[in-house]
Design a protein around this ligand. Structure first.
Ligand code: ADP
Ligand code: MG
Length: 227
């Protein structure tokens, strides 16, 4: 599979507060993520993992530097264009699933596709396929409350990639799961990435999971470094 850099952070700065209480979280952070690779982001709490993911996912603006998605420099874009890039190219998964409780697993995965204009049948077919990839096809008609934690997170991952983004960003997606379930969820995520050529950056505290990824990076002194 051809490898392209699909996410690039260049000299990213992020500060909170002002004056004496100013907190510099990212200080000229550089990072590149290529299609088909899964990278672990492992760093202690409070070092800026979520900040980095939010900036990379166009959910927050950096205070300096550039975020480039598939060759498109995003900082100069209008809000409207940024939102369009975010919707089409980025999938985001949080520690908590944030699935809609009134809808089935299948419907939750159909939702972003219906919003982006696919027909009901197209959305249902792709949602069913994604549930199969995540090995929960038999749970399609269940509502989130009827699913286990690991199943809920697999539905959340399927929903994040429903519109075939280039980049999957996950913020401690297995943080609420027991170790065996975390591995099971990661197995499914890995199968999906390998099959689709997606690029994934996954913040995790789980060193065993991190060891299974292609590369590991951390945040040190406001910069992204390999370890
Ligand atoms: P991590 O995800 O690695 O735990 P975060 O990116 O959430 O770290 O936070 C990094 C630091 O920035 C923390 O010290 C946090 O308190 C601070 N921080 C995060 N968001 C804000 C905010 N909106 N305002 C002020 N400080 C913030
Ligand atoms: Mg965090």
């Amino acid at each position: 599979m051809k490898r392209n850099v699909v996410l690039q952070l260049t000299g990213v700065e992020r500060h909170y507060g002002q004056g004496e209480t100013r907190l510099s979280i990212l200080k000229g952070a550089d990072f590149a993520l290529s299609s088909g690779e899964i990278v672990a982001l492992v760093a202690p709490s409070g070092t800026g993992k979520s900040t980095l993911l939010h900036v990379a996912g166009l959910l927050e603006h950096p205070d300096g530097g550039e975020v480039t998605i598939n060759g498109c420099a995003c900082e100069g874009l209008s809000d409207e264009k940024r939102t369009a890039v975010r919707r089409s190219e980025i999938g985001f998964v949080y520690q908590f699933h944030h699935l809609l409780p009134e809808f089935s697993a299948l419907e939750n995965i159909m939702m972003p596709q219906l919003i982006s204009g696919l027909s009901w049948n197209e959305a249902a077919a792709r949602a069913a396929q994604l549930l199969d990839y995540m090995r929960i096809g038999h749970r399609a008609d269940h509502r989130p409350a009827e699913l286990s934690g690991g199943e809920q997170q697999r539905v959340a991952i399927a929903r994040a990639v429903a519109n075939a983004p280039l980049v999957l960003l996950a913020d401690e997606p297995t943080g609420n799961l027991d170790p065996d379930t975390a591995h099971y969820v990661f197995d499914a995520l890995e199968a999906l990435v390998r099959q689709s050529g997606l690029a994934a950056l996954i913040a995790t505290h789980n060193h065993e999971l991190a060891a299974r990824m292609d590369r590991r990076v951390t945040i040190h002194d406001g910069k992204v470094v390999e370890f």
